[in-house]
Design a protein around this ligand. Structure first.
Ligand SMILES: [Zn+2]
Length: 315
């Protein structure tokens, strides 16, 4: 059973940045992946990108399994997106953190293993023999466990960087504050949203005003806050409502173990439960739970978007 561990070996500890150049913005991944354009976002990948609650759920599942363990072997698919996986071999895992949608595995040689799940990435402990063709990277631990990254569509990324030095990962480095950052207040979100005139939902998806929000939680929060996603400016009062609702929907998502629409799985292979509690996202054609108006689906900057024309006036 351990034969596969010797497939490729590498020494870690170089301290250099590896794999970083291949990182790209999570906000554009599922758009680029949509293939031939047929009038906007294809239904098959809508909402498939793990967002903050899904990544946080993975982080919490991973933490007790890997902290304190030494990475004794590793392998990455020989593409620029995954090859850096083997550079994490050698050190011990000190902590598992998260920034936005990025997992940050702190290594005890002052480096970080950065993992972005992309659209279809799943992290799990290997349960059987190495026969899954969609595994793009794995790390063998000193307790015999093997952590593997399965990623059917290969929009995930792996990098090993000096701790907290993310210059080589521009999307990670440019992210706005975490939603619960005590320094992010109503006024702060309002000022951040004022920096750009693109549609407010598109701004949220850019990760710059606030980290971790994707299509599902943006639709939910904007609906709850009564803000049309295509607004280009918001008032201070709207920004305050939006921040409160973003925090609410993200906290709810975490409490529910994330939203599983298709690919997202927890570390133990389970599904989240938040999909059962969405009020807006994915409910186009159904009555608004607040006012009864039929929810509409529009395509906004190439992203499928659900809204209530009554609760979220355009003006
Ligand atoms: Zn409504």
């Amino acid at each position: 059973m351990l034969g596969f561990l010797a497939r490729e070996r590498s020494c870690g500890g170089s301290g250099g940045v590896t794999g970083g150049a291949a990182f790209s913005g999570p906000s554009s991944e599922d758009v680029r992946a949509s293939g031939p354009r047929t009038g906007g976002e294809g239904r098959w990948h809508a909402g498939r990108v793990p967002e903050l609650p899904e990544v946080e759920t993975v982080r919490r599942g991973l933490e007790p399994l890997v902290v304190g363990r030494r990475i004794v072997d590793g392998w990455g698919h020989p593409s620029a997106k995954f090859a850096a996986a083997r550079d994490a071999v050698g050190p011990r895992v000190e902590a598992v953190g998260r920034r936005g949608k990025y997992l940050l595995v702190d290594l005890d040689d002052r480096r970080q293993l950065v993992v972005h799940l992309g659209m279809t990435g799943q992290l799990r402990l290997r349960s059987g023999p190495d026969v899954d063709p969609y595994v793009r990277a794995w790390w063998a631990l000193d307790d015999g466990g093997v952590l593997e990254l399965r990623d059917v569509r290969r929009f995930g990324r792996v990098a090993v960087v000096p701790a907290e030095e993310w210059a080589a990962l521009p999307t990670l480095a440019a992210q706005g504050p975490e939603p619960w950052d005590p320094e992010l207040d109503d006024d702060g979100l309002w000022r951040r949203l004022r920096r750009s005139r693109v549609h407010v939902k598109t701004q949220l998806l850019s990760q710059r005003p606030i980290a971790g929000v994707g299509n599902i939680y943006a639709d939910e929060a904007l609906w709850r806050a009564g803000i049309h996603p295509a607004r280009r400016t918001v008032t201070k009062a709207q920004a305050a409502r939006l921040l409160a609702e973003l925090r609410t929907v993200l906290e709810h998502g975490i409490a529910n173990g994330g939203t599983t629409l298709r690919d997202y799985r927890t570390v133990d292979g389970g599904e989240g439960r938040n999909q059962l509690e969405l009020g807006c996202y994915g409910r186009a054609g159904l009555p608004c739970l607040r006012c009864g108006t039929e929810l509409r689906r529009i395509v906004l900057d190439a992203r499928g978007t659900t809204l209530c024309p009554t609760c979220q006036p355009r003006r």
